[in-house]
Structures are given as C-alpha cells and as structure tokens.
Ligand binder design. Structure first.
Ligand code: ATP
Length: 224
C-alpha cells in the first residue's frame, strides 16, 4: 500500500501540492487534471524522486525520506519521454543495466533480460541500437527496463503522449497485463476506462476520487 499523510509541497512561493491524504490499495489508479495541477509532482513523490516539503509518503511502510533506496526498488517509474530513461547503446545492455547494478550473478541477469525481451516482443531487437528504435519500441523498452527490476508498483507519467494510435493500444495492453500495481498520470482518458480508481487533481488538491465512470465524467464536465 502507498500512503500519503498531510503532504504539502511548494516550488518557490507557489504551493503545488496542498494537503494530500491518501491510501492507495487498488491495482490500477489513474491520475488526471489540468496542466500544472500537480500530477507529475505527485507521481515523483511516489518513488522518492521528490521528497515532500511537509508530510510523509510511505510505500509498504517504507518512508521515501529515510528509506529512499529501498523505495526506489519497490516503485518503478516510466517517464513520458523514453529518451530520458534509455541509458545504454543496445536494447540488451539497457535492460541489463539496473540488474548489473544490483550485482546479480551474470546468469540471472541474462535469464531476466531474455524473459523481458520475450514479454514485449523485443527479441529480434536484442542487439539493436536503442536510440534507433521507433517511439513505441522505445516506450516498450523503457517499460521493460523498469519491469525487469521486478518492482511491486509502477508509476507512469504520461506514457502515451508521444505514441501513435497503434503504439498507444500496445502500451495500454501492456499496462492492462501487468501483474503489478500501476499508477498512471495521463491526459488520455481512454486509457483509464477499466481502472479501479481515478484521482482528479486541481490546483494541487484531489477534488474527485472515484471509479472511472464517475470521476472521468465529472472531470470532463468540469473542463467544458
Ligand atoms: N522543478 C520545478 N521547479 C519549479 N516549479 C515546478 C517544478 N516542477 C513543477 N513545477 C511547477 O509546479 C506546478 C505543477 O507542475 P506539475 O508538473 O506537477 O503539473 P502537471 O499536473 O503534471 O501538469 P501537466 O499536465 O502540464 O504535465 C506547475 O506550475 C509547474 O510549473
């Protein structure tokens, strides 16, 4: 479970998150809201990329302020732009990077990389230069590089923004099939239809928190 207790955050004078109290227990949680409403800031709190100025964020009881390394192993983060995430020249090397950092035995690294390549149909691209992949393939590689670390939670920050319709569907299917808990920040409301819960942000507060049918409809009405 992810818990937020009285979380506040400012950037300079500007309050960006204002008193968030939340328990996330569902497998699929969507996060929507207008530009600048605080969604990405919220997402970055969940794996300790950002520590709140006030309040606490707990992941299965681990505090992002004091247990940052352990939290980062539990919570994977998929960025909007996979170029920010792909660090090594080939697909295979990129997938192995985090596992090698964990100092796993080479046979284990290799087995987990092979399984990850199979899972997303990337086997033929094993030795391909990562920077030459298409946008959709890069996004799947970025997701695979997170999955290969076997986190319990995965946070996605606008994962479909750069994708065409076909790749959007592929990514939606990939998210749908994840055994992990997924928390997805997006402007792509279609992606959230079969989710368990949707949070609607406005000016750093959660103004709606409900099942998608209710939350998304009210959100669309509020934006009209
Ligand atoms: N590192 C930063 N330094 C200063 N201000 C920031 C920083 N990151 C975000 N902000 C500001 O905080 C506010 C909330 O930003 P955030 O990225 O969380 O919004 P968002 O809801 O994800 O928006 P969008 O839908 O446009 O991506 C914005 O006003 C933004 O300019």
């Amino acid at each position: 479970m992810i818990q937020l207790h009285a979380v506040h955050h400012h950037f300079g004078e500007r309050p960006v998150l204002q008193g968030l109290d939340l328990h996330l227990t569902e497998r699929r949680v969507g996060v929507v809201g207008g530009n600048g409403s605080g969604k990405s800031t919220f997402a970055r709190l969940l794996n300790g990329l950002l520590v709140p100025e006030r309040g606490r964020v707990l992941v299965d009881g681990l505090d992002t302020r004091t247990d940052a390394r352990a939290v980062r192993r539990q919570v994977g983060f998929v960025f909007q732009n996979p170029d920010n995430q792909i660090v090594l020249p080939t697909v295979e090397e990129d997938l192995a990077f985090g596992l090698k950092n964990l100092r796993l035995p080479p046979a284990d690294v290799s087995a987990r990389v092979t399984a990850a390549l199979r899972r997303h149909d990337l086997e033929a691209l094993r030795h391909h230069p990562a920077h030459l992949l298409s946008g959709g393939q890069k996004q799947l590689l970025a997701l695979s590089s997170v999955l290969v670390m076997e986190p319990r939670y995965i946070v996605f920050d606008e994962p479909t923004t750069l994708l065409d319709l076909r790749n959007k569907r592929r990514l939606a299917q990939a998210i749908h099939a994840l055994p992990q808990t997924a928390i997805v920040v997006t402007h792509d409301l279609e992606l959230l239809h079969d989710f368990d819960r949707v949070l609607v942000f406005d000016e750093g507060r959660i103004v709606l928190d409900d099942v998608p049918a209710v939350a998304l409809e009210a959100y669309v009405r509020s934006m009209a």
